[in-house]
Design a binder for this molecule. Sequence first.
Ligand code: MG
Length: 426
Amino acid sequence: MSFTQYTKKIALVDCNSFYVSCERLFNPKIRKKPVVVLSNNDGCIISRSTEAKALGIKMGEPYFKEKDIIVKNNVQVFSSNYSLYGDMSRRVMRTLKRFNSGIEVYSIDEAFLDLSNFSDDEIEEVGKEIRTTVLQWTGIPTSIGIAKTKTLSKVANHIAKKKQSGVVSLIGIQNIDPILEKVEINDVWGVGRQLTKFYHKNGIYNAKQLKNKSNTWVKKSSNVLSSRTAMELRGISCIDLETTSSKRKSCVVSRSFGKRVESFQELKEAVVGYALNASEKIRSESLATKTITIFIRTSPFQNRFGYYSNSKTIDLPISTNNSIEIVKAVICGLKVIFKNGYRYQKAGVMLSHLSDSTNSKNLFSSEKDEKINNLMKSIDDTNYRYGRSTLSLASAGVHKKYNLKREYSSKIDTADFHSLPTIKTI
Ligand SMILES: [Mg+2]
């Protein structure tokens, strides 16, 4: 007699070369070509297509170091276009939400799914269906690893990356030691550089060796987190999914400037822009903020001009997600910390102590609040339809000279009608 098995099943869905895949979506000419995407201000290589990897271009390398290979092989280079990647990420996550109730969006291109409600026999097929659906609906290729714990699903994902099918399930495999033996200890989820050194010193070089170490040893010699990792490698789930019902606690928008900024006016325009972005973000998640932090700093590498870094936190009497109030607070904060005579390189705004805005109506809510909420909603809707910053506040400025250096940007904005691709018929 056989029973249908319903064990715990966690899938890690990871988008392949995510930024490159986003650029390719709107530019079919580069589908089969080597492509790389650069970090802010065109500094380092942060995403590579398979073809670029095959040329030996390394992840995280400064662009100038790889320039020879890039020019010689006609590698397509793109500046990062975060509004495009952010939007595509939301589309992928929305698609994934269709499959189950438990999802943890882990990063811009990764999510854990709880697939425990599917049986052991069908799980691999479910994985394949998820992969096909994401590809069909968003155009983004993914790799999916499925296992009993988060740590093992990361391992499975590692293997899936190299497989044609893109899906690997470790569910139902009795002995996973041969698989774990091939996973280097520093590739195990949660094992950083320090811990790797420590494990190496103690003769642990791969995941199998950590799994088979006695729990007492792991506990005694390192910390609670490492023993959780060891347990997870044994198939005992210790790290729960942080699902969307446990909403985010803070929202940060910060950028490095393409050129140094010195005047109060320019700095103000930048931070007001970040404040607007952050307010829009929390409104879209029905959250309101009670604490606003603004921070500015100069480059730590330009000693000639002196280093300065400061922040100011403002606590509001009542939570809000109203752009006007948030911008007012940010400008107040900036006035306190701004110092003349410095060349600023980075600034940012953080909204924290976030709470559900739907039940933040209080005794002091008035008709005026209602009107402001409606105004915010129309701004968001308009910007969604006609492109970011169609409607904004005057204090955000009009000419943004300090914006990121983005020499090779594809300039695609999925929230902007003007950058829709055009199709020519012959
Ligand atoms: Mg990825």
